[in-house]
Design a protein. Structure first.
Length: 317
């Protein structure tokens, strides 16, 4: 069931959901028991509250758990200050209640990518001792033409496993006979201490640059800048909004905060974007993020990581 919160008052979105998805769409205030009942909550095993308003999500979670006794509840909470209230509500109840902070998840994802040169996806296990990292195989990679079963010859001291290959539109679970091809997106299970052996073999060029430029001083940009400061990574933060820029300069001690537009080529050139290992664009304007990322790459940045909400744009940078 999908309840479209009437606060948005977006009839086009409601109609679009009804036309393109096999769901029942109710245009109503999702924070009311009447609307939840109208959507059929009493027959549901799982309730997911992902409106743009944390308070509404909290109320939906409360109603679903305490009033309708739904066994599984997921709510989206962007403001970390709401986590305490959610934890108090969750305590002492047998229902499974999970909160998701998309901003914190984005920071975690970007930080993981920054730690693995050339990776397009990274997940850690065993207290960060084991990584599953995805790399796009380049023509100059030593792994081109190598059978998966022969990889143990390259990693005799620390066996590395190819766990999945994304080739064009297909996903392949390797069984040993598959050969790695140029353009493959290969996911490796890697021991953290042997990471750079894999990075070299997949064709990622050595880059001694460590500096990072971040566009956007919202929650994601501010938290990411703070993490990089703690790691002694030189960071430059670009923000167009004057109040956000001043707030960031007050909070961050070692990060240079610059007020300006992320798509301003003159600004990027003045700040020597070509000397940065990574450009990260996390402004609320996802189209601007994409343009800024492409521009930064053209001007010499080692790589670009951009925040977008359209899956079709992911492979453009």
């Amino acid at each position: 069931m999908c309840i479209r919160d009437s606060i948005d008052n977006d009839l086009d979105t409601v109609r679009g959901l009804a036309e393109t998805h096999d769901v029942q769409v109710v245009q109503a205030n999702g924070a009311t028991a009447e609307a939840l009942r109208q959507a059929g909550i009493e027959k549901a095993d799982l309730v997911v509250a992902t409106s743009n308003v944390d308070e509404i999500n909290l109320v939906v979670g409360l109603l679903a758990g305490l009033f309708f006794e739904i066994p599984h509840i997921i709510v989206r909470l962007r403001d970390a200050r709401h986590q305490e209230a959610f934890s108090l509500v969750r305590a002492g109840h047998e229902t499974e209640r999970v909160s998701i902070n998309p901003d914190a998840a984005a920071v975690d994802r970007i930080a993981a990518l920054l730690a693995v040169p050339g990776a397009v996806d990274v997940v850690s296990f065993m207290d960060d001792k084991l990584l599953v990292a995805g790399f796009r195989i380049k023509p100059e990679a030593d792994l081109v033409g190598v059978r998966v079963s022969d990889m143990n010859l390259l990693f005799a001291d620390a066996p590395t496993l190819a766990v999945a290959i994304h080739r064009r539109a297909d996903w392949i679970i390797p069984h040993g006979e598959e050969q790695i091809e140029v353009g493959d997106l290969v996911y490796f299970a890697i021991s953290r201490d042997r990471l750079y052996d894999v990075v070299t073999l997949v064709g990622v060029p050595k880059d001694r640059r460590r500096d990072v430029m971040i566009a956007g001083a919202g929650r994601i940009g501010l938290e990411l800048s703070g993490r990089l400061e703690a790691l002694d990574v030189k960071t430059v933060l670009v923000e167009q909004d004057e109040s956000l820029a001043f707030e960031a300069s007050d909070v961050l001690r070692d990060t240079m905060v610059i007020r300006g537009e992320v798509t301003d080529q003159d600004l990027l050139e003045q700040e020597s974007i070509g000397q940065f290992s990574t450009f990260v664009a996390v402004t609320p304007d996802h189209q601007a993020n994409l343009v800024a990322g492409l521009l930064a790459k053209r001007l010499g940045a080692g790589r670009a990581i951009v925040l977008v909400d359209n899956v079709a744009l992911v492979d453009l940078v």
